[in-house]
Ligand binder design. Structure first.
Ligand code: SF4
Ligand code: SF4
Length: 336
């Protein structure tokens, strides 16, 4: 078990991530929530949650170039930065862009290698074919010891099966929760079947959106159990933005009661997606949302203001991934 002077007495159980030889805590820290797409914390505001995670024995931290949270993690990790496992991702479509993303990650973490590098959000076999030069580049990095494992994040079952069958990927990072929320083309059971294929092919698996973007936040114990029961998922990645949220999730993982004083500090207002009325109805957000949660309401058009429509969200389908906020030219979408 990984142990160093940076980790406190409480240590979340660790497991091997597939056949990568990488040992990770069963609870991993998702950093999307910290950055500009969600809570929009400064690096200084985010650091205490990251430091708390290290203190309580979480050694696995997930980020992505597009989240803008590599620096947040770096600051919070402090001297533990070389003792933890870092996974990051790039949307790069070319080798040149992948190279830039990789160099940026090294710089932002102040490390000379990255543990896991993902192709961010593979959609299909065609998409993978289009990004083959990026995967080839990642394989070269692995050969040189500059990364330890390759991986891909996915929302779709179709894509999970593609990644599961691709020998050059070591790790699958799918959306998975008991309700199947956030899986646009299938059910939780179908995603589990893809995970089974990945497992059979020796891949490590860690799951995102275990609480379905907040829809299951009332029953985290059951939500985590659902993912652990089939024995396919090595680690569960939960977005956490405060020390209290870290303490709460670690307590649930350890099978302890969450202390009342911790519960009192956890924000109880559910997060939601807000789209302000400076929206001009360009439709970019609707195109990027693979959950079908956004649509354009043309009845709110306002010719004088150059507004063609208003984007509206169906909160029952939204998993708060924040990807729509990333593409909005008006910067009017926020997860609050
Ligand atoms: S509406 Fe935006 S935040 Fe919600 S699922 Fe779609 S892309 Fe993600
Ligand atoms: S991307 Fe922004 S401006 Fe365009 S429709 Fe969506 S919310 Fe409106």
């Amino acid at each position: 078990m990984l142990k160093s002077l940076f980790f406190g007495d409480r240590t979340v159980k660790q497991v091997l991530l597939g056949k990568t030889g990488i040992q990770v805590s069963e609870l991993s820290f998702g950093s999307l929530i910290l950055g500009r797409l969600q809570a929009d914390l400064t690096e200084e505001e985010a650091a205490p949650a990251v430091a708390k995670a290290v203190e309580l024995g979480i050694n696995f931290f997930d980020t992505a170039q597009s989240y803008g949270t590599q620096k947040h993690l770096r600051l919070g990790l402090g001297r533990a930065v070389n003792d933890v496992v870092i996974a990051t991702k790039t949307h790069a479509r070319t080798r040149e862009d992948a190279q830039k993303a990789f160099e940026e990650s090294l710089k932002e973490f102040g490390r000379d290698y990255i543990d896991i590098y993902h192709c961010h959000l593979i959609e299909s076999s065609d998409d993978l074919a289009n990004r083959r030069e990026v995967l080839d580049f990642l394989m070269e990095l692995k050969e040189k010891g500059l990364i330890r494992a390759t991986g891909a994040s996915v929302h779709k079952v179709e894509a999970a099966n593609v990644v599961a069958a691709e020998p050059d990927f070591d790790i699958l990072f799918p959306v998975l929760n008991s309700q199947g929320l956030g899986i646009p083309d299938g059910s939780a059971e179908e995603m589990l079947q893809a995970c089974q294929l990945a497992k059979t092919n020796g891949k490590g698996i860690y799951a995102m959106k275990p609480l379905a973007g907040g829809h299951l936040r009332g029953s985290p114990k059951e939500a985590f159990k659902y993912l652990q029961a089939p024995g396919l998922v090595d680690s569960i990645c939960v977005g956490m933005k405060s020390p209290a949220e870290v303490e709460m999730n670690v307590s649930v993982f350890e099978g302890r009661e969450v202390p009342q004083e911790v519960l009192a500090q956890v924000e109880t207002v559910p997060r939601t997606l807000r789209i302000y009325n400076r929206c001009i109805g360009c439709g970019s957000c609707v195109e990027v949302c693979d959950q079908g949660a956004l649509s354009l309401d043309y009845s709110q058009a306002d010719e004088k203001r150059g507004k063609e429509a208003q984007s509206v969200v169906d909160v029952s389908r939204c998993i708060l991934c924040g990807y729509c906020a990333e593409v909005c030219p008006q910067f009017v979408i926020r997860v609050v």
